[in-house]
Ligand binder design. Structure first.
Ligand SMILES: O=C(O)C(=O)C[C@]1(C(=O)O)C=C[C@@H](O)C=C1
Length: 103
């Protein structure tokens, strides 16, 4: 996976902190690629919805996604409230994209 090098400002004099930051940078890069893939798919979904007259938002689907993500978060020892807020933020952005496509 391609990555941009750290700036000098990121370089930590403490090697332990430096190693942690290297992992954080790798994880952040993965998140960006994962989000890019998700938005590629939702862009296609938005085009499909516009072409077939489906509404931008599907609240039932969102409820099921959030329920599932909250359960996964608990299993992963991640705060379920944070996970829900994160997913709601992304879905909100997707719905805005869908609405723009529908005009
Ligand atoms: O699954 C859909 O119908 C989508 O448009 C995708 C998505 C999502 O981002 O996951 C976005 C909006 C909907 O309200 C539900 C889910």
């Amino acid at each position: 996976m391609p990555d941009t090098p750290n700036t000098a400002a990121d370089a930590a004099p403490d090697p332990v902190l430096g190693n942690y930051r290297q992992s954080i940078d790798n994880i952040d890069a993965a998140l960006v690629f994962l989000l890019a893939e998700r938005f590629k798919v939702t862009k296609a979904v938005g085009a499909h919805k516009a072409a077939t007259g489906l509404p931008p938002a599907d609240p039932g689907r969102e409820t099921r996604q959030i329920e599932r993500l909250r359960a996964l978060a608990k299993t992963a020892d991640l705060d379920p409230d944070f996970s829900e807020a994160f997913l709601r933020f992304i879905i909100g952005e997707v719905i805005r994209h869908h609405e723009r496509v529908q005009g």
